[in-house]
Write a protein that binds this ligand. Structure first.
Ligand code: APR
Length: 280
């Protein structure tokens, strides 16, 4: 990230009235939540996340997939929002028409001060029946772990949050049975090969179509249709500002590329956009 690029992005943000903030796994990396494509650790090292996050994987081995998501959910529970999440909340507080759209299944935007992000890929905290779709209660949590996961810079493959404080139940775990029909309960996330929730997708497309700035943060922009959201904004003439330590397929459509971790770049961007505000 260089000064001129930050200044250019800050001008765009300060002029915006209806920004969209579009976030991916990199947004939560500095909270210690592993990005989806990061190396897995411990028991899970043997598995490719892209092969666990499918309906076929759940049908073939529900305990394996449920156990993986429970491990991830407990890791998120131990994590805290980072300064990037708080900077997004500061943008939303400054510009009330801001729409935050996330591909993340953690709850760090909410805990960081954005009460209702548009969730394109569901949530780790909304399990439902795999057959009748009835919402299911969250399993009661295990005793609190030793402490929060260690933060990291997020730019390199790293040990995941789950691995810092492995717990007794870290591994395959039978999913609960639905109270209505007895079928296995599944995580309330969108798996590869599944449709995105249509209300969320419609809300995201509408916001991207009407925005006057799209800030894309911490996404590899490889997973469609979510990755099309910044393209929708760009096609309709909104400037796109990207925050990511490394290049992505979105680089070419971006007005400004801010190379760096979200937890540092976003607070700096907020401070540069509104130097007189005590936020960020
Ligand atoms: N700050 C900003 N960006 C970061 C940081 C950081 N500290 N650390 C890593 N990144 C970037 C990486 O460079 C990468 O481009 O975050 C991106 C993470 O990419 P993915 O792991 O592919 O995550 P994401 O784009 O959210 O994946 C989309 O794919 O697997 C599915 O459903 C899953 O929602 C996920 C979707």
């Amino acid at each position: 990230m260089t000064g001129p690029e930050l200044a250019e992005a800050a001008l765009l943000l300060a002029a915006a009235r209806r920004p969209v903030v579009f976030t991916g796994a990199g947004m939560s990396a500095e909270s210690g939540v592993p990005t989806f494509r990061d190396a897995q650790t411990g028991l899970w090292r043997r598995y490719d996340p892209q092969e666990l996050a499918t309906p076929a994987a759940f049908r073939a081995d529900p305990a394996l997939v449920w156990g993986w998501y429970e491990t991830r959910r407990r890791g998120v529970r131990r994590a805290e929002p980072n300064p990037g999440h708080r900077a997004v909340a500061a943008i939303a507080a400054r510009l009330p028409e801001t729409v935050v759209i996330t591909q993340n299944v953690d709850d760090l935007h909410e805990r960081g001060g954005v009460p209702a992000p548009v969730r394109l890929h569901g949530s780790l905290f909304a399990p439902r029946c795999s057959a009748c779709a009835r919402p299911a209660p969250l399993p009661s949590d295990l005793p609190p772990s030793a402490g929060p996961p260690e933060p990291h810079d997020g730019a390199e493959p790293h040990d995941g949050a789950e691995s810092h404080a492995p717990e007794a139940h870290d591994g395959p775990l039978d999913p609960p049975a639905c109270a209505d029909c007895g079928a296995p309960v599944r995580p309330g996330v969108v798996w590869f090969g599944e449709a995105l929730p249509s209300a969320a997708l419609d809300a995201a497309v509408e916001a991207a179509s009407g925005c006057d700035l799209l800030l894309t943060v911490g996404t590899s922009a490889l997973v469609h249709p979510a990755a099309e959201i910044p393209l929708v904004a760009a096609r309709l003439g909104a400037p796109v500002v990207q925050v990511n330590p490394v290049p992505t397929p979105l680089d070419a459509i971006c007005a400004v590329n801010l190379r760096g971790p979200a937890g540092e770049v976003l607070p700096a961007l907020v401070r540069a956009a509104w130097p007189d505000d005590a936020v960020g």
